[in-house]
Design a protein around this ligand. Structure first.
Ligand SMILES: *[C@@H]1O[C@H](CO)[C@@H](O)[C@H](O)[C@H]1NC(C)=O
Length: 247
């Protein structure tokens, strides 16, 4: 069929529109690939605080006894008692649509909890506002997300903002754990840790940090790629077979 000039012109924008959309989709995917990459997490102070900057800037977030802590420069955790956060964004099935419906962007967040690469959800305790980790049944009555990140520096956000607070839980042992200031009141409302108590708190940012690419990690990634490639080849072969059968 030969198109008249008018209908050809009319058809064009739609065609351009589709390729643009495809291209945009590909770009968006490449841009979002970082979300599934396993990263560590470190602390950054939004403003310099004498005596604290040296202690906290760059400190690793670690997991211990179902809570998140900061391994600052003077912390004395026994080495085997902590596991560095190493995690990525993952949709939290039961709440993903609810979050989107409420205008949020973001997903759940998981981290390995041991050397065996067992994964747990990272969540905010609904009652205490502590950052914790656990399996689905631990998380269910609390807040599993939405976790997301800022668009340029990719700093961590929860419920779309950066209300993370380090709290000195034990002043003798100088132990600092992580909280989220859900009500934006410095954790000072009814019964929260800052309610009528003298306790040291520090506003912090959480930075996702790419891990050192070691030998093991490189091998793991190659195995993953080969698996993906084989999967694709198998799919194509199966499609080919189906095609032949249809003829
Ligand atoms: C899922 O959403 C409901 C309703 O907003 C909320 O009450 C619940 O705590 C959420 N669950 C998790 C695990 O975040």
């Amino acid at each position: 069929m030969v198109l008249g000039i008018l209908s050809a012109v009319a058809a064009c924008p739609a065609i351009i529109g589709t390729t643009e959309a495809v291209r945009h989709g590909q770009k968006a995917q490449a841009k979002e690939a970082h979300r599934g990459q396993k990263v560590n997490m470190i602390v950054k102070l939004p403003t310099a605080v004498p005596g604290y900057t040296e202690k906290f800037d760059g400190a690793l977030i670690v997991l211990k006894d179902n809570k998140l802590y900061i391994r600052h420069s003077q912390s004395t955790f026994p080495p085997d008692s902590i596991h560095p956060f190493a995690g990525y964004y993952l949709p939290y099935p039961s709440n993903q649509t609810k979050w989107a419906g409420a205008g949020y962007k973001g997903e759940g967040l998981v981290s390995t909890i041991n050397e065996a690469n067992q994964l747990n959800w990272i969540y905010v305790d609904r009652n205490t506002h502590e950052l914790k980790y656990g399996i689905k049944t631990d998380v269910e009555n609390h807040c599993a997300g939405p976790w997301d990140c800022t668009s340029i520096e990719k700093r961590m956000t929860f419920e779309s903002w950066e209300g993370f607070i380090a709290v000195q839980e034990d002043s003798n042992k100088d132990i600092w754990s992580l909280y989220f200031d859900r009500f934006d009141d410095g954790l000072s409302s009814n019964g929260l840790i800052g309610d009528g108590r003298q306790i040291r708190m520090l506003e912090i940012q959480l930075i996702r940090k790419e891990r050192v690419k070691g030998f093991d990690m490189a091998c793991e990634e190659r195995v993953e790629r080969i698996r993906a490639m084989r999967g694709k080849q198998k799919e194509q072969q199966e499609e080919g077979l189906q095609g032949e059968q249809e003829e």
